[in-house]
Design a protein around this ligand. Structure first.
Ligand SMILES: Nc1ncnc2c1ncn2[C@@H]1O[C@H](COP(=O)(O)OP(=O)(O)OP(=O)(O)O)[C@@H](O)[C@H]1O
Length: 260
């Protein structure tokens, strides 16, 4: 068992409902520090609603939520803002400002925070761009001038801007070719090791699920149906897990990776 202090996210008994529609009912999720956890579930199972709750963008209808050991639901707005600043978010599609260069995008959170000496900003921005695996000359390009993989990396550099402890990634490898996807997974693992990050990633990418994550949290029946390494979940008998891990898509994937 992890001590509570070792859990970056500790959500217990979470309930989320919209009118009569119950999305989560007594959902538990514990993410230990240093984990790379994939958040997986069918369409409409409630991954986005859960992530919005974890990012303090939506108050759950019930349950408790500790972030970094602090009671996030009892926190006042200033404390919630401080908690949010400890979380870097990579939105699907990158969500970069198209009228700003990569460097300007990366510097935006730092400028808004206003804690860093302005003269140090460009150097700091270039450091984040390098960490995200982009060449220095990408800094002065606009998002439209970048490949899909570079856009993801630029968005990652921005997510790293405020030195987060937790990175939340929404389908980080979607739209990338398999080689680009594996390279991105590898980068995430290196950053976890280098910076001591904790990663929670919503993903449908079988490479990310099987090889890019240590643990898979599987959302079904309004709760976390199972949490464990992909190989462990693939042995379970719950019909949702059988369909996901032993269905035709997974079978084809495993057949292909075993023969690589
Ligand atoms: N603002 C809202 N008002 C009403 N219902 C909502 C709202 N947001 C989400 N829902 C419902 O909550 C459920 C879960 O939606 P959510 O977007 O979290 O699923 P998801 O797992 O992220 O799906 P996908 O993989 O397709 O993106 C759905 O039934 C959806 O209709």
């Amino acid at each position: 068992m992890n001590k509570p202090a070792d859990l970056v996210i500790d959500a217990q008994g979470i309930v989320n409902r919209f009118g009569d529609v119950v999305v989560h009912e007594g959902l538990n999720l514990a993410v230990p520090r240093g984990a790379i956890m994939a958040l997986v579930g069918g369409s409409g199972s409630g991954k986005t609603v859960l992530v919005r709750s974890l990012l303090l963008l939506r108050a759950p209808s019930g349950g408790t939520l500790k972030l970094f050991g602090q009671d996030a639901l009892a926190a006042d707005e200033a404390q919630r803002q401080a908690l949010r600043q400890r979380i870097g978010v990579l939105f699907q599609g990158g969500a970069l400002f198209t009228g700003l260069t990569v460097l300007e995008n990366v510097l935006l959170p730092l400028r808004e925070q206003g804690l860093v000496d302005k003269r140090l900003l460009p150097e700091l921005g270039m450091l984040k761009i390098g960490l995200a695996g982009l060449p220095a000359d990408a800094a002065h390009k606009y998002p439209a001038e970048l490949s899909g993989g570079m856009v993801k990396r630029a968005a990652l550099a921005r997510a790293l801007a405020l030195d987060p402890e937790l990175l939340v990634l929404d389908e980080p490898t979607s739209g990338l070719d398999p080689i680009g996807g594996v390279a991105f997974d590898q980068l995430i693992r290196e950053l976890r090791d280098l910076l001591g990050l904790t990663i929670l990633q919503v993903t449908h990418d079988l490479d990310s699920i099987w090889h890019g994550s240590d643990t898979v949290a599987f959302l079904a029946r309004k709760k976390m149906l199972a949490v464990g390494p992909a190989a462990e979940l693939a042995q379970r008998d719950e019909p949702e897990l059988v369909a996901y891990f032993r269905g035709s898509r997974s079978a084809a994937y495993l057949h292909e990776t075993l023969s690589r």
